[in-house]
Design a binder for this molecule. Sequence first.
Ligand code: YH5
Length: 294
Amino acid sequence: MSIPQRPALDCAGRFLDLSRPLVMGIVNTTPDSFSDGGALYRNGALDLERAFAHARALCEEGAAILDIGGESTRPGANPVSLQEEQDRVLPLVERVAAELDVVISVDTSSAAVMREAAALGAGLINDVRALTREGALEAAAGTGLPVCLMHMQGQPDTMQAAPRYADVVAEVRSFLAQRITACAAAGIDRRRLLLDPGFGFGKSVAHNFQLLDRLPELALEGLPLLVGLSRKSLIGKVLARDDPERPAGDRLPASLALAVLAVERGAAIVRAHDVAATVDALAMFAAMREWGRQ
Ligand code: YH5
């Protein structure tokens, strides 16, 4: 039996074949980043050379997409000014577009950053606020780029305080459905959309695992799913339950397990810090799909 083929996703002239799971490598340019912890900074300023070297390394490890972001959205993070976000993100987008053969995703909620990054060569918009900020729908529509719509309950500074849902899967589905409708009204073709449940964004451990287990229900209208589970707090919480001594930094094996569980449930793109290891893990899934069922 043949599986219906999805047409490749046009990311500003570079095409993503979503018939096999792809890895989106994280390039975080914020100084307070949880895991890449300001490693791209020197004397308090973003070092463009270091950031570019990191981007190039992730490409060489097999990332199909690089997600470049300048706003910290981890739990408890403080808001960033537009100027600061532009200064962090735009020079790196320009440099990567000029020198690397990769789709650039810009991780932003700002209409101005969307427009400017697209003009410099970005191929995808990744908005954790699903184009709800002022002008974002219009800006994203104008770029012609694909857009990842993510669910979040609350705002980053307070979202993990007391996440509450009657039915987390139903609520995430209903939010995403509403954003698909808003995109359609703004002239964004459905075929340009990716959906993301937003693991860790206003969710308890139980909420996150319900969403993961029932991931297939989130693929509204058959749209491709993107997931971000790499190194997130839910891993630290689950592991701490079995072993309180376990250092929080040691999250790679668990991140790989979650990546495989997600693609097995239909995720098309996995957002990850550890690109080489994630590519290897997902290659086993692809091999099973290729050779397993004859
Ligand atoms: C996502 O899931 N996540 S930024 C806290 C951590 C580790 C990692 C406490 N942007 C997503 O990666 N975009 C982020 O440890 C995202 N989906 C999409 N589409 C948060 C992050 C992180 C937070």
